[in-house]
Ligand binder design. Structure first.
Ligand code: ADP
Ligand code: ZN
Length: 600
């Protein structure tokens, strides 16, 4: 069986051409070489091992950390006519045996398996008796302590190199961090692997970060305007907030499910399955909901709390728009978030060095929030990539942020902190600056300070904005003792001495809706196409339900969009659309042609 990678790409997966480095990766592995693939989520990692699996003789063994992930991948492959299976603890004994005998008879193209199962004596023994096309190690960053997905089972995978020195190995991850990369190479023995580092840009995602006002109202407006009926993920910091937010959304008529580590296992599992299988569900979650969310049509990721680093933010927002269609990353944050995150760090048990490092990460995240420049340029720069021009596809590019010279007010704010003994929070400091004769101020005698009443020309909310931005820039720090008190940071000296000036963003009472796009639905189906679009989706839903698989396993949204645009009249025309391989054409071609004939 010598089918070329291109033929496989076309006939099985229904795509015309490889994307980015896919072809080079596939060729390396087909030729028997090792590869380390670093590609963002949605970049197209799966084909990098699935095509060599089909092009090389023998069975490809895919190591994957999560059952849900394996199930979905296998379901999708089977739909495309590929002989794929998975082994997991959820299977009955006779099912396991059946799959093992398929493996031993050479009747499998791909076998997905969890790492702890792979390294059992029984499995290694079986593998020694069959022809292996390749080993693919998915989510390879799980082998590293650096990320938050470390799995000790992954360490055992070093055995593959020793026991199967002639089988090519391909490791894949969406984590760009150089330390993680070095770890993967060392622990998996991939010194000779060719490294494929792609751009981490996600051009289809629109990034947007705004001030928190009434966050639930802001969120609801965003979902109603831009995501009616879409699937999305909303991240919150605490379990309690997850529950409350999910409840509030349901009350407001937006179907939402909670997910956090405090829920019983079966509830978590059920909610995750519903999110994958049903359309238009919103998942409100802590970061416990993450890896393995392979759902390609998550149309938005929203943050109601500040993530603790740019890495987390990028990983979480990266779960939007894996299918390459338009998607939104949306976040609101406020001064309280900053203080909460930092004082959580101050009160943690960790050593001082770790805390310093974590605080630096928070500061970098804040810099992203407060920047007046292109968000994407800053994000990519964080991962060591340079984007020559502003992207034109983020809030700051679409609605440039006005700035103002805040040198004087900033100095006043800093001296208010200093003169009051670094013992007060923002509300009090604003009162002092605005010259309010509140009881507290009079009791403390702070009405006699030189800064008292010096700030009447700015409104309360403008002062809060100044304090927030000073905090975000690290010129002020939250008091480690907590209680929201602010203290001066060393770095504010040049400003206090009049050696530097400070430009801050002018706060707009903006609605988090980009002016230029007017907040239309993110996948804007023209009115005249909607009936056909809904009919195509309904047919897909019906087919998916009959087989108990998620709808996207039948066809991705991008394929339905292609049908919508092309309105194919024959199976031949249908077969030319992206995502329609031979097996799917045979299975579903007629069903969707009927819909086109009926509604177009
Ligand atoms: P990753 O695992 O890197 O997150 P996937 O392998 O799930 O990404 O691919 C993301 C999406 O891109 C999928 O919808 C997949 O069908 C699509 N895709 C991948 N490669 C191609 C290609 N060469 N042409 C068109 N679509 C592709
Ligand atoms: Zn931009």
């Amino acid at each position: 069986m010598t089918t070329s990678p291109h033929e496989i790409l076309h006939s099985i997966f229904g795509f015309d051409s490889f994307r980015g480095p896919q072809e080079a990766i596939v060729n390396t592995v087909v030729a028997g070489g090792d590869a380390l693939v670093l590609m963002p989520t949605g970049g197209g990692k799966s084909l990098c091992y699935q095509i060599p699996a089909l092009a090389r003789p023998g069975t490809a063994i895919v190591i994957s950390p999560l059952i849900a992930l394996m199930q979905d991948q296998v379901a999708a492959l089977v739909q495309s006519g590929v002989r794929a299976a998975y082994l997991s603890s959820t299977l009955e004994w006779h099912e396991t045996q059946a799959i093992e005998s398929q493996l031993l008879d050479g009747r499998l193209d791909l076998l997905y398996i969890a790492p702890e199962r792979l390294v059992t004596a029984r499995m290694l023994d079986n593998l020694a008796r069959v022809k292996i096309a390749l080993f693919a190690i998915d989510e390879a960053h799980c082998v590293s302590h650096w990320g938050h997905d470390f799995r000790s089972d992954y360490l055992g995978l070093s055995i593959l190199k020793e026991q199967f020195p002639n089988v090519p190995r391909i490791a894949l991850t969406a984590t760009a961090d150089p330390r993680t990369r070095a770890d993967i190479i060392k622990r998996l023995g991939l010194e000779r692997a060719e490294i494929f580092l792609s751009s981490f840009d996600r051009p289809n995602i629109f990034y947007r970060i705004a001030q928190k006002q009434k966050s639930l109202d802001q969120l609801e407006a965003f979902i109603r305007r831009e995501h009616p009926g879409d699937a999305g993920i909303i991240y919150c910091l605490s379990r309690n907030k997850v529950e409350k937010t999910a409840e509030a959304l349901n009350q407001r008529g937006i179907r939402a499910l909670p997910y956090h580590a405090g829920l019983p296992g079966h509830v978590r599992e059920e909610n995750q399955t519903r999110f994958l299988r049903e359309e238009g569900l919103v998942m409100v979650a802590t970061i416990a909901f993450g890896m393995g969310i392979d759902k390609p049509n998550v149309r938005f990721v929203a943050h109601l709390d500040l993530p603790k680093s740019i890495e987390s933010y990028y990983q979480e927002t990266g779960r939007a728009g894996r299918d390459g269609l338009a998607a939104n990353a949306w976040m609101v944050y406020g001064i309280a978030d900053v203080i909460k995150l930092k004082s959580m760090l101050d009160q943690s048990e960790a050593g001082p060095e770790f805390r310093r490092e974590e605080k630096r990460k928070v500061d970098a995240m804040l810099a992203l929030c407060e920047t007046v420049q292109c968000r994407r340029q800053l994000l990519l720069a964080h991962f060591g990539e340079e984007l020559a021009q502003p992207c034109g596809h983020c809030d700051n590019c679409i609605d440039p942020v006005p700035t103002w010279d805040a040198t004087e007010p900033a100095r006043l704010a800093l001296s208010a902190v200093y003169r009051t003994g670094s013992r007060y929070g923002v509300e009090y400091l604003v009162e002092v600056l605005r010259g309010e004769r509140s009881e507290r101020i009079l009791t403390n005698g702070h009405d006699s300070l030189s800064v008292f009443g010096r700030g009447t020309d700015l409104a309360d909310k403008d002062w809060r904005s100044v304090f927030r931005q000073l905090l975000a820039r690290g010129l002020l720090q939250p008091d480690p003792e907590g209680f929201g008190a602010l203290t001066l940071d060393e770095s504010c000296r040049p400003l206090l001495r009049g050696e530097t000036t400070l430009m801050l963003r002018r706060e707009q009472t903006k609605t988090v809706t980009p002016r230029k796009t007017g907040g239309k639905p993110v996948l804007d189906i023209p009115a005249e196409d909607r009936v056909l679009w809904e009919a195509l989706r309904a047919r897909r839903r019906q087919l998916a339900q009959e087989q108990g698989v998620p709808p996207y396993v039948i066809f991705h949204d991008s394929t339905l969009m292609a049908i919508l645009a092309a309105r194919p009249r024959s199976l031949h025309e249908m077969g030319r659309l992206a995502g329609v391989g031979e097996a799917k054409l045979e299975r579903y071609g007629e069903a969707f042609l009927d819909v086109v004939n009926e509604y177009a």
